[in-house]
Design a protein around this ligand. Structure first.
Ligand SMILES: NC(=O)c1ccc[n+]([C@@H]2O[C@H](COP(=O)([O-])OP(=O)(O)OC[C@H]3O[C@@H](n4cnc5c(N)ncnc54)[C@H](OP(=O)(O)O)[C@@H]3O)[C@@H](O)[C@H]2O)c1
Length: 288
């Protein structure tokens, strides 16, 4: 069965779950893992110029044997060198990725474009108009940076990719709502953090108990990780996860086939998540 799609504001669609080539795969040759991810069923691969592995990501896409049109490939604009345009960097990425277009091109962080966000977004609009990126969006943007580009935008960002999990629910719920009201799809990274990066919390305990109940109800093994993926899915949030292990790749993908969480499950995870705040990826998050 195909992976659920989320509609973007420009008419394109994005697979609800994506395989990331950052974090553990940062600066690593990710060809074999990208092939495994695609063979496990991922159709959405999340890359970035910053990860310095677009070349092996592209090799993985080619080696997988999947047709390019069946895949959704993202990369992200890191920064601009002297005299370099957004288009220049994207053309270089496309060469490395061995493709004529990306499905999604994101401004990786507002912090590398302070004072020139509006101009940068105009250049993003131009690469979409040229067809080099089918959709454009942003990452690590707060409301205040979104307001800067929206004031002058012809194209509204399709996606805002942010760190989001129950331990950031209280901090980020207004931003998620702000995105939603403007037709911007929120995409999350770090979604499994309450289980592995700050374990032992009320969220960890609750995710395990909901997983145990769902296992009984469905007659199949449901994991705490799947519960957190379903928590994001219920909100219409696209999740970017990753793994070096094929079993986990399949487990995460299988979350798409599980029944959705109840409203009570979601509310209790929101509440448990709000007891603690943890931001694990602050490198690209604006400091002011
Ligand atoms: N836009 C941005 O600024 C930004 C920032 C960060 C990440 N991202 C993107 O998001 C992607 C997802 O990354 P993420 O790390 O945030 O995903 P995540 O879903 O929060 O975590 C996945 C990681 O958890 C590990 N894990 C799973 N089960 C575990 C267990 N039982 N014990 C210990 N570790 C376990 C996995 O390692 P195994 O290999 O062992 O399964 C994997 O490295 C990245 O690759 C990147 O593409 C974007």
């Amino acid at each position: 069965m195909p992976i659920s799609l989320v509609k973007l504001n420009d008419g394109n669609s994005i697979p609800w779950i994506g395989y990331g080539t950052g974090t553990a795969l940062f600066k690593q040759d990710c060809e074999k893992l990208v092939v495994s991810a695609i063979h496990s069923g991922f159709t959405h691969i999340d890359g970035a110029q910053m990860y310095s592995n677009e070349n092996s990501l592209g090799a993985g896409v080619v080696s997988s044997g999947k047709s390019r049109t069946e895949l959704f490939v993202t990369t992200k604009l890191l920064q601009l060198g002297p005299g370099q345009s957004v288009r220049d960097t994207l053309v270089k990425s496309l060469q490395e990725l061995k493709t004529d277009y990306v499905n999604l091109f994101l401004v990786h962080t507002p912090t590398n474009f302070v004072g020139r966000l509006k101009e940068t977004w105009k250049e993003m609009e131009a690469v979409k108009a040229e067809g080099l990126a089918k959709s454009i969006g942003v990452s690590n943007f707060r409301q205040k940076e979104l307001e800067v580009i929206l004031g002058n935008a012809t194209i509204i960002p399709a996606v805002n990719q942010i760190e989001f999990h129950p331990h950031l629910y209280k901090e980020e719920r207004e931003l998620v709502e702000y995105n939603r009201e403007r037709g911007i799809v929120t995409s999350s990274f770090g979604g499994l953090s309450p289980l592995f990066r700050s374990p032992g919390s009320a969220v960890d305990e609750l995710a395990k108990s909901i997983a145990a109940r769902l296992s009984k109800e469905t007659g199949q093994a449901v994991s705490d990780s799947q519960v957190l993926l379903l928590w994001a899915k219920k909100r219409g949030i696209v999740v970017i996860t990753t793994s070096t292990k094929t079993e986990r790749m399949k487990e995460y993908l299988h979350a798409d086939k599980l029944p959705e969480l109840t409203d009570d499950d979601v509310a209790s995870i929101d509440e448990a998540g709000s007891l603690e705040t943890h931001r694990h990826f602050s490198g690209f998050y604006p400091k002011d």
